[in-house]
Structures are given as structure tokens and as C-alpha cells.
Design a protein around this ligand. Structure first.
Ligand code: SAH
Length: 262
């Protein structure tokens, strides 16, 4: 038995939040993974004219994620559903399903699929998690994935042009429920706190205390930490003034910066 086939196939729920899956589950390979077809509105995006079969490419990406140890069905289903190519420049669309970070302008990148799947999986381990915050919206891809898993997604971006870009991407996919904010995510979003999970998409030397204090008790924060060598860190708030810290994989993220860029 291959490494991949030991994992359960992701079952894509019908009618995920904002993106509509059709009823026709398509058998793609050895009847292993049932997928819903891609949302119709993505076919109208300019990047959909490249002759690439994005559903098939996402299927290959999801198989790779399973081989890399991602097991959470809801996360795998979300990764199968959200069209990553719609979040990058048309010239990069054919590479959108590679396991790589890609440039999105302003010296920033869209996170690598494995990193997105890993962080959202950790966030989704919080029982009953509904209200979540992403720090570092970038192009909006991870927020779109999170919106398939959590009912209340907040995201904050410090670069105005990227905030505007993310809003356009999410609007094109009718994912207007996601609450996008322009501001410095190092101070969190006190008006919407507490959060069941906080996912930080940029690396700081230390995880900001403001974010830790905006976690609900029982909530989890996932963030890359470090400058040269970075590591994913998981912090669980175990009490009003108790946090437990766990260090995970080595990763590579763009820097977490204070203040905003107009
Ligand atoms: N979530 C994105 C990844 C974007 S890269 C994805 O889906 O792929 C990280 C983003 O974090 C960049 O856009 C960067 O501008 C932003 N960022 C860095 N420091 C920040 C801060 N203090 N507050 C908000 N966003 C920040």
C-alpha cells in the first residue's frame, strides 16, 4: 500500500461557505478522491483562460498534501475547493499549484500550500472554533481557505495595496463574509477579540503579547518565529494568565513588520 493511499480521501461538502460545489462528484483517479467541481465564477477570471485544468491540478496538490502528512478532511476539502491560481498574477497561474511560495508584489509572497494546510489544520484542532484571526492577508488565499473551515474569519494586512488586492480576489469568488482589515496586525484586532484561533502569516522575532492576550481560553495561536532560522510555534492559552508553547517545523516566511504601509 502506498504512503498516500493509507490516508482517508477528503470529502468535499456540498455548498461550502461562499463557494458553491456542484452535485456531480467527479471520479478523477482510481476512485480514491471524490471532488466537487470548481466554482463556476472562477471560470470568468482571466487566469482561467490558460488551458490549465485547475481542478485536476488542485487534486494533485491535495494528494501531495496528504503525502506530506496533512490529514484533516475539512482542510483538504478546502484546499481542493479554493482556486489558488485566482490569487496570483496571470503569468504565475501555471505554477499556482506547485508546493512553493510565489511573489504577489510589494516584496511579499503567497504562502506555500503545505504551510497553509498545516497552520489551518492546527487552528481547526480547537474544539468548536468559530472566530479566527489571520495576521497578514497578503493576496487573500489563506483567508479563503480559512473561510471554508471557520464561520467567522477576520484578517488584517498592513500594506494598503495588498489589502485592496485581497478584497478584489475575495469579491470575485463571492467570499465577502470574510472581515478584511487594513492595519498593523501586531496589535491584533481588539474590537473583535477574543479569537478561538489566530494564524500569523509573517515571522517576527517574538510573538506579540497583544495577540496572545486576544486568544480565548482554550484557543490556539500559530505563528512562525525567528529571523535567520524560523520555526512554526503553537501557543495554546490554557488559562486567564497561562499559555503553553510548542515548537514545530522549520519554515520560511516574510517578516512581520510594525505599522502600516500606504
Ligand atoms: N496569508 C497570505 C500570506 C501573505 S505573506 C497567503 O494567503 O498566502 C504575509 C503578509 O503579512 C504580507 O502581505 C505582509 O504585508 C503581511 N504583514 C507583515 N507584517 C504585518 C503586520 N504587522 N500586520 C498585518 N500584516 C502584516
Amino acid at each position: 500500500m502506498s504512503e498516500q493511499s493509507r490516508h482517508k480521501p477528503p470529502v468535499v461538502p456540498k455548498g461550502l461557505h461562499g463557494i458553491t460545489a456542484t452535485n456531480s462528484n467527479t471520479k478523477i483517479s482510481a476512485s480514491r478522491i471524490r471532488t466537487a467541481t470548481a466554482p463556476l465564477q472562477t471560470e470568468r477570471l482571466p487566469t482561467a483562460n490558460l488551458g490549465l485544468n485547475s481542478e485536476r491540478m488542485r487534486f494533485v496538490m491535495v494528494e501531495r498534501l496528504m503525502a506530506q502528512g496533512i490529514t484533516n478532511d475539512r482542510v483538504l476539502a478546502a484546499m481542493q475547493l479554493v482556486p489558488r491560481h485566482a490569487f496570483v498574477d496571470g503569468a504565475l497561474a501555471s505554477r499556482a499549484y506547485d508546493d512553493a511560495a510565489l511573489p504577489i508584489g510589494h516584496s511579499q509572497t503567497i504562502s506555500q500550500p503545505w504551510v497553509v494546510a498545516r497552520m489551518v489544520s492546527i487552528a481547526s484542532e480547537v474544539p468548536g472554533a468559530t472566530r479566527v484571526l489571520e495576521v497578514g492577508t497578503g493576496c487573500g488565499y489563506q483567508a479563503a481557505v480559512m473561510a471554508q473551515v471557520f464561520s467567522q474569519v477576520y484578517s488584517i494586512e498592513r500594506i494598503r495595496a495588498l489589502y485592496d488586492m485581497a478584497r478584489e480576489h475575495l469579491r470575485a469568488l463571492k467570499l465577502t463574509r470574510i472581515r478584511l482589515n487594513y492595519g498593523d496586525g501586531m496589535v491584533g484586532l481588539p474590537t473583535a477579540a477574543p479569537f478561538d484561533a489566530i494564524v500569523v502569516a509573517a515571522a517576527g522575532l517574538k510573538i506579540p503579547q497583544a495577540l496572545m492576550s486576544q486568544l480565548a481560553v482554550g484557543g490556539v495561536l500559530i505563528a512562525p518565529e525567528g529571523s535567520g532560522t524560523q520555526r512554526l510555534v503553537k501557543i495554546q492559552r490554557t488559562g486567564a494568565s497561562n499559555w503553553e508553547r510548542q515548537e514545530l517545523e522549520e519554515v520560511r516566511f516574510v517578516p512581520l513588520k510594525a505599522g502600516v504601509q500606504t
